[in-house]
Design a protein around this ligand. Structure first.
Ligand code: HEM
Length: 416
């Protein structure tokens, strides 16, 4: 379905060429208008920050149910019943359970544990002076999420690869989508089989879901889809965002030195600036539940929009003529849309920030210099943007390690 006078394009947004470097395409879309109908996917690409922000705040007209992904299969089989794809009261009910587990107050109680973990891992990974930023951050985020999730039997590798596959499945029915289907289905199936009252750790995220069922806040059928919000959303996103932050800082030595002088102040800015510039989730959809205008383009009920978070972060109308530049001192850089917005604003911001601060602080304390040790390698995904490896080199600071201990001597070989 498509409005007759509207701009249309045969652009293939999810081809490898565009995924590898989407920014020229985003710029062309932003310059063309507020909405462009992409024939290939029968969806409206929304590239400008202001229009995205307005849509996110209007869930009455732009619904998430049946609208998040680009295929009927993903919207109906994978996303049905999840908090991400719920609207109205159903969304509020599910979101309340998440909020209790993921809010800033709860995260504050975890600060010490997360900082200790970051310091230990940073000591380990940087000891030889060379390390893969992705491996360090993956280790950190996986350990944290596995512990908080409270499903000790969960297969760590399946969680990691299954989450990336799930994001591939949210894209159009291209080769990447088809290849990812078996893995994404296996992760969903494993969650269904393993998640029971007996298998979860008391006091964990998963335990809280069953407590909410027992308290009548949600139903038994809500449990597995709600749990999938944790498994799919919490790992890859943070891993890609924080790895990119380290790469940006390695590319910008003066900004690394600035951060080192006051990590408690600059770490969060450094993380947000990277999310603005390289949104780990490049886009998500919405379905119009009534006719609506987007920047003057009239769209009909039943049409789908594709919110280009990755483009909004580069919009010069919002960020100025240096929108493509990494600048951790950029005023207001936390106002990006890489975490979405409105009622579906990412529920995991406090946890993502907490981990980012912990790793950056630990590295800043331990390493006087941070540089690239080779070109980072991009991995392509229908929705995610980030690196599959990011070799870095560090010079250890003569003072002490992040933990305050003298650093271990250089070690060769892989880090356990
Ligand atoms: C840098 C890290 C992260 C990024 C960039 C990110 C990005 C996003 C985005 C863009 C959305 C909105 C989706 C929409 O358009 O509707 C979202 C929602 C969500 N995120 Fe995150 N996320 C991150 C970390 C996390 C973490 C650590 C968790 C922890 C569990 C998490 C849990 C969720 C959940 C549950 C939702 C759904 C919220 C709702 O629909 O009400 N995310 N995230």
């Amino acid at each position: 379905m498509q409005s007759s006078t509207a701009p249309t394009s045969s652009l293939r947004l999810f081809d490898d060429r565009v995924l590898a470097d989407p920014y020229p395409t985003y710029e062309a879309l932003r310059n063309t208008g507020p909405a462009m109908h992409l024939e290939e996917y029968d969806v409206w690409a929304i590239p400008r920050h202001a229009d995205l922000a307005a849509i996110l705040k209007d869930p009455g007209a732009f619904g998430s149910a049946d609208g998040i992904a680009l295929t009927y299969f993903a919207n109906h089989q994978v996303l049905a019943g999840t908090v991400l794809a719920a609207d109205g009261d159903a969304h509020t009910r599910l979101r309340r359970v998440l909020h209790q587990q993921l809010g800033y107050r709860t995260m504050k109680l975890l600060t010490r544990r997360i900082n200790d973990r970051a310091e230990r891992l940073v000591d380990q990974y940087t000891a030889s002076g060379r390390f893969d930023a992705l491996a360090l951050v993956r280790h950190m985020v996986c350990d944290t999420v596995m512990e908080l999730m409270g499903l000790p039997g969960a297969d760590r590798a399946l969680l990691l690869d299954g989450a990336a596959a799930t994001f591939d499945v949210f894209g159009p029915a291209n080769e990447r989508h088809l290849k990812a289907l078996p893995l994404a289905s296996r992760m969903a199936q494993t969650l269904r089989e393993q998640l029971t009252r007996k298998t979860v750790t008391p006091g964990s995220w998963m335990d809280a879901i069953f407590q909410a069922v027992d308290a009548g806040q949600i139903t038994e059928q809500d449990a597995v889809p709600l749990a999938s919000a944790y498994t799919a959303a919490s790992i890859d996103t943070t891993v890609l965002g924080l790895t990119d932050t380290l790469v940006q800082l390695a590319r910008h030595p003066q900004q690394w030195q600035l951060l080192r002088r006051d990590p408690d102040h600059w770490a969060t800015h450094a993380f947000h600036e990277s999310l603005r510039l390289e949104a780990p989730i490049q886009g998500f959809g919405r379905l119009l539940t009534e006719p609506a205008d987007v920047g003057g383009v009239h769209l009909e009920e039943g049409e789908q929009v594709w919110l280009l978070y990755g483009s909004a972060g580069r919009d010069p109308e919002r960020w100025g003529s240096d929108a493509d530049t990494y600048d951790l001192q950029r005023p207001g850089n936390r106002g990006h849309l890489a975490f979405g917005g409105g009622p579906h604003l990412c529920a995991g911001i406090p946890l993502a920030e907490l981990q980012a601060r912990a790793v950056l602080r630990a590295l800043a304390t331990r390493c006087s210099h941070l540089t690239l040790d080779g070109e980072p390698v991009r991995v392509l995904n229908n929705l995610l943007r980030g690196y599959g490896a990011a070799p870095l080199a560090v010079e250890l600071s003569p003072r002490t390690s992040a933990s305050g201990r003298t650093p271990e001597p250089c070690r060769q070989g892989p880090v356990p």
